[in-house]
Design a protein around this ligand. Structure first.
Ligand code: CP
Length: 315
């Protein structure tokens, strides 16, 4: 694998999940693979889980890891081609990405959307330019439209815990005080469609995801109807795709609670974290037996390790 930015970059998803589960059972089986190899992790936005889990995954494979918080420590990047750089940007992404590629065997990059210009965000301008100019394999650590390492970890979590071949999986919108990207929801939908589960998306009117991500999911604005019989409930806020980057309402009544859990098939409740307690998800669920958030966070290591291993092997 040379690029991990979407489920479309994976030849065999089942095989990748199986690989991750094997690595979880035997984390150091491939520690020779990464000897004298360097992973560079480039962050243009904050992170806890992605940074630490990917670093741990690389160390399990015997790699050296360099982390750069580009937004705070790097030069201001220019992404437009052909312009005269007489403004605030200091270094062009062509040189910056190329230089990092000289120092690293694999690069991971996180680049959130601006949530102002939908066409620009959905063109993945920064991520794609980085891929184009760095010259080494690239792992997305969350781009403007997708968070594939999170989605792979989520899929691993469901595969480990499901009790039927085709569980009912519900992605439910949750309230938030800030406009958030659609990336986690888009990506989760993309991977759930690939897994061929009984997949339902529920959100208030105006929060439809882009059709390319909705795929074959059933979509409803009736949350209770969606939750009925659910085996897994994935809670996540996202801002509007249609009225791009906007919060359309306070979302009152959309927070997942124990009362709503009664509608489900004693569902496992998932969230990628960080989570706003008492706003997106109730304290009682997060502190209760149905919460799978730490399972998901744990599986971020094995998801990253399976992807990096595949890149090291060049397979
Ligand atoms: N879920 C996730 O990506 O967490 P971080 O933003 O903390 O990396």
């Amino acid at each position: 694998m040379k690029l991990f930015s979407s489920v479309k970059d994976v030849t065999d998803v089942n095989q990748l999940v199986s690989e991750a589960i094997q690595l979880k059972a035997n984390p150091f089986a491939d520690e020779h693979l990464g000897k004298h190899k360097t992973l560079g992790l480039i962050f243009l936005n904050p992170s806890l889980r992605t940074r630490l889990s990917t670093q741990k995954a690389a160390m399990n494979l015997g790699m050296q890891v360099m982390v750069m918080n580009m937004d705070k420590e790097g030069w201001a990047l220019e992404t437009q081609d052909g312009i005269i750089m007489n403004g605030t940007t200091v270094e062009h992404i062509r040189e910056a990405a190329g230089v990092m590629g000289e120092y690293c065997d694999i690069i991971g990059i996180r680049s959130f959307p601006g949530l102002k210009d939908r066409d620009e965000d959905y063109s993945e301008l920064i991520f794609n330019k980085f891929v184009q100019f760095c010259g080494v394999p690239v792992v997305s650590l969350e781009s403007a439209t997708r968070h594939p390492l999170q989605s792979l970890a989520d899929l691993i979590t469901i595969e480990e815990l499901k009790t039927t071949a085709k569980p009912r999986v519900v992605l439910t919108w949750a309230p938030h005080v800030k406009p958030l990207p659609q990336a986690v929801a888009n990506s989760f939908a993309e991977w759930m469609n690939k897994a061929d589960y009984d997949f339902v998306i529920t959100h208030p009117a105006g929060y439809d995801l882009a059709p390319e991500f909705v795929g074959n999911a059933v979509v409803t604005n009736n949350q209770d109807e969606a939750l009925a019989g659910a085996d897994f409930v994935y809670v996540k806020n996202w801002s509007s795709y249609q009225d791009y980057g906007k919060i359309l309402s306070d979302g009152e009544g959309w927070m997942m609670t124990n009362e709503k859990l009664k509608l489900t098939n004693n569902a496992g409740v998932m969230h990628c974290l960080p989570v706003r307690r008492g706003l997106e998800l109730s304290h009682e669920i997060l502190d209760g037996p149905n919460s799978l958030v730490l399972n998901q966070a744990n599986n971020r290591v094995w998801a990253a390790q399976a992807v990096i291993k595949s890149m090291l092997k060049g397979s």
